[in-house]
Design a protein around this ligand. Structure first.
Ligand code: ADP
Length: 173
């Protein structure tokens, strides 16, 4: 599995699947969630509403992931996941690890070869940035042999986050 860092807006990244740091309602929010729905158009919300009406009446549990169309984004799918809120969640590290794992499992089931991740829980959900990046990189690395996904793109939004990814990737696995 190839791991790369590409700073910028995740909605523009050309991969098979982009991950959305959603909330459990799946009905939209701020941050990267808002950007994905704006750029992808109403098809994504129609798809998440349909999921809520069928298999997810109570929403998506923290640490789990589910895929929808990507609407007009360059990607084929959006994989929605719900990160833990840093200040509130018991067993939060395990749940953040689970987000990355479940996203890669869902990508694998879809047959996605490339997946882009934002830094889950590192925005409104308040996770310290260096640790959020460490969990992201270490968990994806630990899945390299378990899934057929060939390429993972980490998409930091700022230069300081980009440095954290490059530092973490430079450390031995
Ligand atoms: P959470 O609620 O899981 O904390 P946020 O969307 O608030 O999710 O933030 C997650 C991370 O995504 C933050 O580091 C934020 O800066 C970043 N981010 C926000 N918009 C984008 C975007 N368009 N592309 C990539 N990353 C983004």
């Amino acid at each position: 599995m190839e791991l790369v860092v590409q700073r910028g807006d995740i909605t523009t990244v050309e991969v098979d699947a982009i991950v959305n740091a959603a909330n459990s309602t799946l009905l939209g929010g701020g941050g990267v969630d808002g950007a994905i729905h704006r750029a992808g158009g109403p098809e994504i919300l129609e798809a998440t509403k349909a999921l809520r009406a069928s298999e997810l009446p109570d929403g998506l549990p923290t640490g789990d992931a589910v895929a929808t169309t990507a609407g007009r984004l360059p990607a084929r799918w959006v994989i929605h996941t719900v990160g833990p809120v840093y200040a509130k969640t018991k067993d939060r590290r395990h749940l953040l690890v689970s987000c990355y794992r479940r996203c890669l499992e869902v990508a694998d089931e879809l047959g996605a070869n490339s997946v882009a991740f934002p830094t889950i829980s590192a925005g409104v959900y308040g996770w310290p940035h260096d640790d959020a990046v460490a969990v992201a990189v270490d968990t994806v690395r630990s899945m390299a042999l378990a899934v057929a996904v060939e390429k993972v793109v980490f998409v930091p939004f700022s230069e300081t986050m980009e440095t954290l990814y490059n530092d973490q990737l430079a450390k031995e696995a």
